[in-house]
Design a protein around this ligand. Sequence first.
Ligand code: PMV
Length: 312
Amino acid sequence: MSNLAAGAAPGKVILFGEHAVVYGRPAVAAALEHGLGASAEPDDEGPTLRIPGWGKSGMVVRLAAPNKAFDAIARAYAAALDAAELGRPPVCLTLDGELPLGVGLGSSAAFAVAILRALADFRGRPFSPAELLEAAATVETVFHGTPSGLDHTVVADGGCLRFQKDAEPAFTPVKLPAPVPLVVAWTLRQGSTRDVVAGLRARRDAHPAAYDRLFDLMAQTAEAGIAALEAGDHAALGALFDINHGLLNACGVSNLENERMVRVARDAGALGAKLTGAGMGGAVIAVVPERPARVVGALRDAGFSAFATRVG
Ligand code: PMV
């Protein structure tokens, strides 16, 4: 059976400013070369969604026969069909790609944008950029409650953006002279983004002055990081990753696995490394302009998943 329609979307990494962004400081995020692709085929039992790479042995979600284990995915798929004004068509979407689920690499935003693009292609009418953002926000809300908008904006835009929630405009482009070579590694997370954010909130409420100084230092690091990104200065970028990681560690959001991944990457030749996203496991990113295979190999030998990629 031939494909009817297709759509794709990249994953994302936060380069600077996770957690501090919750307290009004700037963050920088960029689209990954790695992402997800969705293709649509006719399916009499549809709407169906297949995701062979997620879950223990892949996921198959049929809206007519819901499986409780994949309830959030089913609701997100239904929200995407509604946003595309497609009703419940006899179609099967298959989602493929190399983006792991739930480690902070923007899998839910890439899920939203890739399936929305495939559904728009299927109906024969693309979303405008503003419609795509609005629809992606609706789908993301199923997973995250109140997303900041950073993930799906970066994923839909495909570039590198500075984000500050109370600024006007909230998003400004960071102009990269060339894509930035990164190695991404990940492991399972201990708890959700929500849990990690809540834990930090409690620590900050107990010691506001100390934590606010850490957030100010993260803001300075993010601004210096933007300068390094715009200059294409990999050495400065690596040094600033290391500083940002130390500050995140001081905030209590780095666990032993994050520390091991960062250490292994640096020892194997990375110019700098930090956790990315919420932390307590999940993903780390390292600046590796030369011999990325060595860093990927060292991380895999240490028991982690890893790939070399580029952002922006
Ligand atoms: O790990 P992710 O992709 O869910 O990112 C979380 C980023 C935080 O700054 C920790 C939370 C937030 O809402 O910005």
